[in-house]
Design a protein around this ligand. Structure first.
Ligand code: GLV
Ligand code: GLV
Length: 323
């Protein structure tokens, strides 16, 4: 007897083939989000769900799915779209895709650091619009990573890899937010210094948000936080839009309370084209493409497929999210 599963999006064939070999697959074969009406219908009677970070998997949906539901496998490292407590209560296993997207996401982070500091997008725009004029001594200048202090809010797999990628740039010091006093060993290994949130805000020339979105991190970057940052600082967010109070970020950028921002995540996604964020020269917005390399996306899909199959067969998942 084969398992019945729902796949909520078009996914790489390598992963779909794994699923189709072992399960009855119902798929939303589309590049757009499965509408909630179809999602609600689709989960009914399924043993497993293969979902994306854009699908809200809440307690209500789990109940609609029914008691046979055993596994929710997401093709993402973030799990904030899944009600984890509700899964735990119902003994539903959750799988996710850590590690394999770390390098890709760290690369994009470096890209955003360079795009914002060296004003690459603004410069390209000027060339296209014909406002370049000539080589000018003071035009399109920005800060440099060399000798700077780069701060991290969240220093997990991705943050630590960003540090490794940035070492050749000659960064002066790496700092990260910690509330834990016993970080000496970790500090020595990673060659970064743990500081409190205030100090992180005050000392960072570049401040990178790469934490998980949880109740504790929701809107942590708000008006008060931006006002404590250097007016020359650059803010990068590759985590989740919800970490930022977005209206406050817009105001901070408009008033030049901070110098610039590079963000791969917004609220909402997609960002409406008339958002004030997109009117700002000092903001670079990318469309949540941190993990978007060809190999990484295929690997994520295959890992999520294997997680689902193993979970359904009561075998150990390669990447179980510990509930
Ligand atoms: C991307 O944001 C992910 O969570 O995988
Ligand atoms: C810049 O192109 C220089 O030659 O300094």
């Amino acid at each position: 007897e084969k398992f019945h599963i729902l796949v909520t999006r078009r996914i790489p064939n390598a992963a779909l083939n794994i699923l189709k070999e072992r399960c009855h697959v119902e798929q939303w074969d589309n590049d757009d989000v499965m509408p909630s009406k179809q999602l609600v219908e689709g989960v009914k009677g399924k043993d497993g769900i293969f979902c994306l970070l854009t699908d809200k998997i809440d307690a209500n949906l789990l109940d609609i799915a029914g008691k046979q539901l055993q596994v929710v496998s997401t093709m993402s490292v973030g799990v904030d779209h899944i009600d984890l407590a509700a899964c735990k209560e119902r003994a539903i296993k959750v799988g996710y895709t850590p590690n394999i997207l770390t390098s890709a996401t760290a690369e994009l982070t470096v890209g955003l650091l360079l795009a914002t500091s060296r004003r690459i997008v603004e410069g390209v725009q000027a060339v296209k619009e014909g406002t370049w004029g000539t080589w000018k001594g003071l035009w399109m200048c920005g800060p440099t990573l060399e000798d700077s202090t780069v701060g991290f809010f969240g220093l997990g797999r991705i943050g630590q890899t960003v540090i490794e990628r940035l070492r050749p740039f000659g960064v002066k010091s790496f700092i990260f937010k910690t509330s834990n006093k016993k970080t000496k060993e970790f500090e020595d290994i990673i060659q970064a210094r743990g500081v409190g949130f205030e100090e992180l805000l005050q000392k960072s020339d570049f401040l990178i948000s790469c934490c998980a979105l949880t109740p504790a991190t929701t809107h942590i970057f708000n008006k008060v936080a931006f006002q404590k940052m250097k007016s020359t600082s650059i803010f990068i967010n590759i985590a989740r839009g919800g970490v930022v109070q977005q209206d406050d970020l817009i105001e901070a950028l408009q008033k030049k309370e901070i110098r610039a921002a590079g963000i791969d995540v917004t609220t909402p996604e997609p960002l409406p084209v008339d958002s004030p964020l997109l009117k700002l020269d000092n903001c670079v917005v990318t469309p949540h493409i941190g993990s978007a390399t060809e190999t990484t996306r295929t690997n994520m899909a295959v890992l999520a497929a294997n997680n689902l199959i193993n979970g359904l067969n009561d075998m150990e998942m390669e990447a179980p999210y510990m509930l």
